[in-house]
Design a protein around this ligand. Sequence first.
Ligand code: SF4
Length: 318
Amino acid sequence: MNPEPLLTVRDLKTWYPIRRGVLNRAMGFVRAVDGVSFSLEKGRTLGLVGESGCGKTSLGRSLAGLEVPRSGEVLFRGEPVPPGNRRGKIWHKRIQMIFQDPFSSLNPRMTVMDIVTEGMAEHGMLKGSREQAAREVVSRVGLDPDAVFRYPHEFSGGQRQRISVARAVSLNPELVVCDEAVSALDVSVQAQVIRLLKRLQEELALSYLFISHDLAVVSTLSHEVAVMYLGKIVEYGPTAEVLHKPQHPYTQALLSAVPRPGKEKTHRIVLPGEPPSPARPPSGCRFHPRCPQAMEVCRSVDPDARTRGPVQVWCHLY
Ligand code: SF4
């Protein structure tokens, strides 16, 4: 019998009301996440890619308890995870998040010691002194233990992101949602932080949901990849399959814009127009107004998942 995946997400929807008028009534909804399903095994990384505004950050925040989904299920080893507003301490400990901007995500008035042990103190995890616990945590992420007495502004961007990683892993989480966690860093620093995340994954059997617009970064860290467009997953499968043999026209367009060293230059697919508003998604396949291969059926029928080998693809071409 297969063990339960660490994380199972079923038909998750996170919509934001559009409020207008003196009565502040909801006049509609931005459907940021609109029926997303996937699973993630322990010790694995799922890369979540797509253009800005496709809903990937809202999905990550919903899983981390920072947004309250409208509907759908999130299960941890088969156990339902309550939505963010009803989530107790235990769930905050098990699911942590690392944000894009290490400059704004760390409190400038707190020392590194306070930052990385605040959660441990709250969860009753401090066995010895706070300083000793902080020294151990920062060493684990490759920082000098004496860094615990300093403030965030005294560090470089890469070091600050290491502090963010230290804060996340200090609680021994099982899942870490990394939202564009290396996007604000220089390429060489990105590589160092990615190596750190990989090492911690091996040492602590962590699972990551790794959200990024950068396909090259995702390919170095992810075991599986999900491609999102306008609130929905359009292609999902093992990283090598999805990124080297993309089947969905949207994935093909995304990849055609990425230079691949050692590979023949591919013809760049330029998509017409901008992604439509998630407040008014197109009928049928949401990609049809921009899809170079759209057919009549695409205008009216939302495609179900097709299984193509190890990959699932939501497209009428298959
Ligand atoms: Fe294009 Fe139709 Fe496939 Fe959508 S379903 S991606 S419009 S071919």
